[in-house]
Design a protein around this ligand. Structure first.
Ligand SMILES: *[C@@H]1O[C@H](CO)[C@@H](O)[C@H](O)[C@H]1NC(C)=O
Ligand SMILES: *[C@@H]1O[C@H](CO)[C@@H](O)[C@H](O)[C@H]1NC(C)=O
Ligand SMILES: *[C@@H]1O[C@H](CO)[C@@H](O)[C@H](O)[C@H]1NC(C)=O
Ligand SMILES: *[C@@H]1O[C@H](CO)[C@@H](O)[C@H](O)[C@H]1NC(C)=O
Ligand SMILES: *[C@@H]1O[C@H](CO)[C@@H](O)[C@H](O)[C@H]1NC(C)=O
Length: 546
């Protein structure tokens, strides 16, 4: 029988794009082999319980120590946002599906746990930028770079780093010049799209910054770690943003560099969704193993490479759409406090810092193509004023349901849609789509509304909307405070039909920035996420200031 590590040679796994959500349909033979291997190792695992310490990302990765375990329990995910079109595909049910054929890695994780906490480099944590409001493209923010102590590494490396920082300084200066010189709004030429109009906070600045990113930005992906926990992620489901980004990044050759010396940022390519599926012990309420996986991983890359220590993680980023992303990121204190965390769960009350972290849109992908969920009729063909259907949970929804469920034909608010009623059709028939936070601040409804050209009504505290450093959300959505829920109808009625038409037109413009393409296209969601990371990197200066 082959050694478990034989699977680690299957590195081509990591380069599979999300074109085909299911690996098995694409590479049936490979998949059969994989299943066979998994089954054999399930038996192996019985004997290897007392094995040595096991790490999920070392070459000896014993992905395979875990037993194959069937679990039909989705209760752990009950703290979740759910859509209930006819109660059919609630997130809970989808997660139960995810859990089938789950691998339980309890043994390997217990073995690998480092009892002691990791020692952190003696680097001053980068100063916290006083930026509660994510008003980016803001002079003070652009200046607010963080200087980090001199690295002990070789002179050649320092020179390379200085070159990189010089390039960033030039990009900053170019962007700043556009901010300062509002009179000289000479359009940059662009091959396919020129951002313009009130959808953007500052269209010219965004355009300049985007073009600078295209000219310069380089991302290094650490090669360490084995799929599926590393270099892989879900391509469908409510968490698809995780897998889509990871796969697009892995196959990208424009922004990706294979030479870590040339990188502006370093990507920690783990998937919290896969970790929850493979490492978390259902019902254990113990996230320790997930947090240890991350701190172990950072230990490995911080020992093997100089980059983590030299910036205390500030030029590194992680990405997660899972509800637990923020919590798991606290597995390493510098990951939490210094690194760029790209999160769907962008809850400012849970440590999300808009000047350092990135709000990741939650996109519920059910198929490989989003084509069927794009587009909708004009205002005159939308008879319903406002619509919502979804579970009664979190701090906002009970209020919404209490005030509006079965109260008014114009404000159609449901916990469960009637059987046979299409959720998407309801959105297409409505002028406004209500997008309240659930347990978690993010909701896939916002992107669904943009796709179906329904003006989103966002209700929620503590939520930083995606790309809000670039997009002027108020121009194409209606923010409503929790306190104003009783006034919802009055607020919406007060928006004139002409104003509505303008907002809907802007929704169609903003739509571009949330499109999921494979391969990615300029200005789509993949590039907007990258651009958000680029902006955060511009706020940091690594190495000494001259
Ligand atoms: C920049 O941000 C600071 C701090 O948030 C704020 O006081 C200032 O008004 C902003 N400037 C611009 C031009 O938006
Ligand atoms: C930002 O830096 C520039 C040049 O270094 C300086 O002229 C400007 O005053 C700074 N702005 C702020 C708000 O500190
Ligand atoms: C501002 O615009 C003027 C006129 O277009 C131009 O001559 C000048 O160089 C610009 N300044 C900066 C800092 O870009
Ligand atoms: C980074 O710091 C850690 C903890 O201080 C240390 O163990 C590790 O060897 C350092 N890495 C490098 C490449 O020097
Ligand atoms: C955000 O975080 C706070 C603090 O943990 C929590 O009370 C709240 O329920 C979270 N979610 C939402 C939707 O605000």
């Amino acid at each position: 029988m082959k050694k478990p590590s034989s699977l680690s040679s299957s590195s081509h796994l990591s380069s599979l794009p999300c074109l085909h959500g299911n690996l098995c349909t694409r590479e049936a033979i490979f998949c059969m082999l994989l299943s066979l291997l998994l089954i054999s190792f399930a038996f192996l695992a019985v004997d290897s319980r007392n094995g040595n310490s096991v790490s999920w990302f070392s070459l000896e990765s014993p992905l395979l120590n875990p037993r194959v375990r069937a679990s039909g329990d989705g209760v752990l995910f009950s703290r979740s946002d759910s859509i209930k079109p006819g109660g059919k595909n609630s997130r809970k049910e989808r997660l139960v599906e995810l859990h089938r054929s789950e691998l339980d890695s309890r043994d390997s994780v217990e073995n690998s746990s480092h009892g002691s906490s990791i020692s952190l480099p003696p680097v001053a944590a980068p100063s916290t930028a006083p930026m509660p409001d994510p008003t980016l493209f803001n002079n003070s923010l652009m200046n607010d770079t963080i200087s980090l102590p001199e690295t002990r590494d070789s002179g050649r490396r320092d020179i390379k780093l200085k070159k990189i920082e010089l390039g960033l300084a030039r990009a900053r200066a170019a962007i700043r010049a556009v901010i300062q010189n509002k009179s000289s709004l000479a359009n940059l030429p662009d091959m396919d799209y020129v951002p313009i109009g009130p959808v953007y906070r500052n269209a010219y600045t965004f355009h300049r910054s985007y073009v600078e990113m295209e000219k310069k930005f380089k991302v290094y992906i650490y090669k360490e770690g084995e799929p599926p926990i590393f270099h892989d992620g879900p391509c469908k489901s409510i968490y698809s943003s995780e897998g889509r980004f990871i796969h697009s990044m892995e196959i990208d050759d424009k922004f990706q560099t294979r030479d870590p010396e040339l990188a502006h940022v370093y990507f920690l390519p783990f998937s919290v969704v896969k970790m929850v599926k493979l490492i978390y012990v259902p019902n254990s309420h113990d996230m320790g193993p997930l947090r240890r996986t991350i701190s172990d991983y950072i230990d490995v890359i911080a020992t093997k490479y100089p980059y983590w220590n030299r910036s205390a993680g500030a030029d590194h980023f992680m990405l997660s759409c899972h509800d637990w992303g923020p919590y798991v990121s606290s597995g390493h204190p510098h990951l939490f406090s210094n690194s760029i965390r790209v999160l769907c769960n962008a809850n400012t009350s849970e440590g999300f810092n808009p000047s350092k972290d990135v709000s990741l849109p939650e996109i519920n992908l059910k198929t490989d193509s989003i084509a069927s969920t794009i587009g909708g009729p004009s205002a005159s063909h939308r008879p319903i004023l406002a619509f919502f259907a979804g579970g009664d949970h979190g701090p906002i929804r009970p209020l919404l349901l209490k005030h509006w469920k079965n109260k008014d034909n114009d404000i159609q608010v449901y916990e469960y849609l009637r059987k046979g009623v299409s959720y998407y059709d309801m959105m297409r028939k409505s002028k406004y789509c209500i997008c309240p936070s659930g347990y978690e601040v993010a909701s896939p409804r916002i992107v669904e509304a943009l796709y179906l050209e329904c003006v989103p009504v966002t209700i929620g505290d503590n939520y930083v909307l995606p790309f809000s450093d670039v997009l002027n959300w108020k121009s194409f959505s209606v923010p409503v405070s929790k306190e104003d829920i009783p006034n919802l109808k009055a607020i919406l009625m007060s928006i004139s039909p002409r104003q509505y038409i303008r907002m809907q037109r802007r929704v169609k413009i903003a739509q571009r920035h949330f499109m999921v393409n494979s391969p990615p296209k300029r200005y789509d969601v993949f590039h907007m996420i990258l651009h958000s990371i680029w902006l955060r990197r511009l706020n940091v200066q690594v190495g000494p200031r001259d």
